[in-house]
Write a protein that binds this ligand. Structure first.
Ligand code: SF4
Ligand code: SF4
Length: 394
């Protein structure tokens, strides 16, 4: 076990004793290989399986392997979907391991993939992963949306929600407003949550974004942060508390995905969906919302509360859900693979006989939307919250 602690204990193989130990416990059962989202794209080679990657990383830490460009490429062929982790027989925190391995490739100047450098450049320059002018971060807002200074609840739009797929964010805010729940909004003060930068191993840049957001939360004095995005909510819930500690900044907020707010309001009888939405709907569990946060029941509870909705489940749902193919920097660098993964998921949705594919993550939505269009729109793609709002309307 390494004792080399010359920088952050959260990054780099050999700098985390816990990960260092975990990597040596692999039972080589291969369960992870059977469920891996990206292994089928490695032409059947074992080297593309999570099992082989764990073995390689164990060899690397023991000085018996070298981090070659081929291995770096394989380490980036992973959507961080957590399917492998879900079935791991020795409970290895595999996604944390993949991220640490990627951080190590960056540290050694061998990673990330060139296209991932764009996220970092954009984030460093613009404060968002898309290179959009961050002063326009609030352009998703409707004229009737009225953020309230001093509110305890902060709406965190996320980069995809704010710039690319605003429907879920916009709808969430409309629901808050109808319920008379005051919300704060940081506008250009909101930076990328850091997820795409962290997941691709670019720790220094991610740290700057996280520090900026932590300062904003503290400055605004908010107690809760809510976001429509599976990736942002995972990052804010799981990564921020430990980075706050590492950066010596206060961590004083409860993080919520919008689905958690809707369910609270439904259970309290404050939200009353009335109008029938006569649709046959199948629900896609976003990896970072479902497996990462255990949010499986909430979206289904919301759908069940909407009159007229018939939920038909896909073959692989909840902890076994298939990935949309976009995460972990895969869509950016391996577009053909990402599209094929998304197409398989869409076909699984079509097989249910549903007319609508619902999800609760703008990033999954951005993965499915262009493909559905290419396929002639066999399903309508919506956010669960959009159905909820429609059902609340007179
Ligand atoms: S996180 Fe997903 S894509 Fe990555 S190794 Fe695990 S199962 Fe495969
Ligand atoms: S499931 Fe876990 S223990 Fe089994 S081969 Fe994969 S990493 Fe090793």
């Amino acid at each position: 076990m390494s004792t080399n602690h010359d920088s952050s204990p959260l990054t780099g193989l050999g700098e985390s004793e816990e990960l260092d130990y975990a990597v040596s416990t692999c039972a080589r059962c291969g369960y992870c290989k059977q469920v891996c989202t990206t292994h089928p794209y490695g032409n059947g080679f074992e080297a593309f399986s999570p099992r082989a990657k764990v073995h390689f990383l164990n060899e690397l830490r023991n000085g018996r392997a070298e981090l070659t460009p081929e291995w770096v490429d394989r380490l980036y062929q992973c959507t961080t979907c957590e399917r492998c982790q879900e079935v791991c027989q020795t409970d290895i925190p595999l996604v944390e391991l993949w991220e640490a391995a990627r951080a190590e490739t960056v540290k050694r100047g061998l990673g990330p993939m060139p296209v991932h450098l764009k996220f970092k450049e954009f984030a460093d320059k613009n404060g968002n992963a898309y290179g959009e002018p961050n002063e326009e971060r609030g352009r998703w807002m409707l004229p009737e949306h009225r953020p309230a200074e001093g509110a305890e609840l902060l709406v965190f739009g996320g980069c995809t929600g704010s710039f690319k797929m605003p429907a879920m964010l916009r709808t969430g805010v409309s629901i808050l407003q109808r319920q008379g729940i005051p919300f704060a909004y940081a506008g250009p003060g909101e930076l990328c949550c850091g997820s795409p930068i962290l997941r691709t191993g670019q720790i220094d840049s991610a740290k700057r974004l996280i520090a900026g957001n932590l300062d904003t939360f503290h400055r605004l004095g908010v107690k809760q942060v809510v976001t429509p995005c599976g990736g942002c909510s995972k990052t804010l819930k799981h990564d921020y508390p430990r980075w706050a500690k590492e950066l010596g900044k206060p961590w004083e907020v409860e993080v919520l995905h919008f689905s958690e707010i809707y369910v609270r309001l439904l259970r309290e009888g404050r939200l009353k969906p009335k109008k029938a939405i006569n649709r046959k709907i199948t629900y896609h569990d976003p990896c970072h919302l479902g497996r990462s946060q255990g949010i499986f029941d909430e979206p289904r509870e919301i759908l069940a509360a909407i009159p007229g909705v018939e939920l038909v489940e896909m073959e692989n749902v909840r902890a076994d859900s298939r990935c949309c193919g976009a995460g972990g920097g895969v869509r950016a660098n391996y577009a053909a693979m990402a599209n094929d993964i998304a197409e398989k998921r869409i076909k699984e949705a079509i097989a249910t006989g549903a007319d609508t594919l619902a999800t609760m993550c703008p990033f999954c939505q951005s993965s499915f939307a262009p493909l559905l269009q290419k396929m002639g729109n066999p399903l309508q793609l919506v956010g669960v919250e959009e159905l909820l709002l429609q059902s609340m309307e007179e």
